[in-house]
Design a binder for this molecule. Structure first.
Ligand SMILES: Cc1ncc(COP(=O)(O)O)c(C=O)c1O
Length: 405
């Protein structure tokens, strides 16, 4: 008899990009040069001061559990960062250190979403959110968003789509996959609309720090001290592999999060927590500022290069490191959707991107996501390869390729 797998686990689908990744590996093993633009993490390594603090922690044998809510000095350092950076007062008591933003999402959904209740999300949006909802036996109220609202949920969406089962709204600003940012007044209006429905707002601020054109993303805590705010050391601080993030909860919610954290994962990694203390040092912040400039440069180089080969952008993203491109002008009978196009670009041009289907259903077939997480030179080479491929095939027609066999 085979071992049964829970319905909950069966309902969690793999990302379509895994298919692209597997093919990329096959092609790489055959000696093809693949340009990776599907990966949601920057190519930079963790800043040296953080690595050194991590090494020091290990040398000092900081290898035991910390309290489930996190090591107190780190909770205080995160609280201080709200004061310094956003001029918002948050007590360390309200900071819960987690294993990445993923751990924070699990705590927030686990504590706030009841069986059968719905969380309102933007479609397109970060794919794991709907799976977290499913995992805690909740449902999703997916709202199609367009360039008109900068691909973000707004107060009007809440008014139009909130229903009796919906109890939460979750937004990410800057967003994955669109890189768009909510302004302070948009956040305030969203928060008021959610409160009017007696709902709770969760804001994922994981891409904070990575904003461009002189724009600084406001924290939701500046307009709503009842919001749950998620953040992470993964993206801006370049610590994806250290698995460290945090959740800011309103007064009165620390105890429930403590209980959940104790039971779900005991504590975030100790060595990473010590290392992260160095994340707020000036030497680290200077390195991160340089990287932010590099990312901005990449965005400014890649966007026009992709436009030249036929992709369209309804908005210029102000944050994160993604471009959400409309590829409808490149589709045809042989390449009917963004999944087919993604496979084709990988096989024929050696360029790996993420098809829109990974981020939801709404117009997913005509969108794809480019991550500018590799050097500008490689990004431009990718655009050039795509351009040459499409020109060639506009003359010869689309053909089969090696990886099809
Ligand atoms: C919007 C968003 N939230 C959360 C996460 C999870 O990040 P981590 O668990 O590495 O902090 C990601 C990762 O890509 C993301 O894009």
């Amino acid at each position: 008899m085979s071992t049964p797998i829970s319905k909950r686990a069966q309902a969690i689908s793999p990302f379509h990009v895994m298919d692209i990744l597997a093919q990329a590996k096959t092609l790489q093993a055959r000696g093809h040069d693949i340009i990776h633009m599907e990966v949601g993490e920057p190519d930079f390594e963790t800043p040296r001061p953080i690595i050194e603090a991590g090494i020091k922690a290990l040398e000092q044998a900081r290898t035991h559990y910390t309290p489930a809510l996190g090591f107190p000095e780190l909770r205080q350092a995160i609280a201080d960062c709200y004061q310094t950076h956003y001029n918002v007062k948050v007590s360390a008591e309200r900071i819960i250190v987690t294993p990445g933003a993923s751990g924070a999402l699990l705590l927030a959904m686990g504590a706030l979403l009841d069986n059968g209740r719905k969380v309102m999300l933007a479609d397109p949006g970060y794919p794991c959110n709907r799976h977290f909802a499913r995992f805690v036996e909740g449902e999703v109220n997916a709202v199609p968003v367009t360039a008109e609202s900068h691909y973000q949920l707004n107060a009007k969406h809440v008014e139009d789509y909130w229903d009796a089962e919906t109890s939460l709204a979750l937004v990410a600003s800057p967003s994955n996959p669109t890189g768009t940012v909510l302004t302070k007044s948009e956040l305030a209006a969203l928060s008021a609309a959610v409160k009017k429905e007696q709902g709770t707002l969760i804001v994922d601020e994981i891409y904070h720090g990575l904003t461009y054109d002189g724009f600084d993303a406001p924290t939701a805590l500046a307009v709503d001290d009842k919001a749950f705010v998620i953040n992470s050391f993964s993206k801006f601080f370049g610590m994806t592999g250290w698995r460290l993030g945090w959740l800011v909860v309103p007064e009165g919610y620390t105890e429930v999060m403590d209980r959940l954290a104790q039971n779900l994962y005991l504590a975030a990694p100790t060595m990473s927590q010590y290392a992260a203390l160095a994340a707020f040092e000036t030497s680290t912040l200077n390195i991160l500022e340089e990287r932010r400039h590099i990312l901005e440069h990449r965005r400014d180089a890649l966007m026009p290069a992709l436009e030249q080969v036929g992709f369209k952008f309804a908005v210029k993203p102000q944050g994160a490191f993604y471009l959400y491109a409309d590829c409808s002008a490149l589709l045809n009978e042989q390449l009917p959707d963004s999944m087919a196009l993604s496979r084709y670009l990988l096989k024929e041009a050696g360029v790996a991107i993420t098809p829109g289907l990974d981020f939801g259903n709404f117009e997913a077939e005509k969108h794809c996501r480019f991550a500018y997480t590799t050097s500008e030179e490689r990004l431009l080479e990718a655009a050039d390869r795509i351009g040459r491929l499409l020109r060639r095939h506009s003359v010869t027609g689309y053909g089969r390729c090696e990886a099809d066999e």
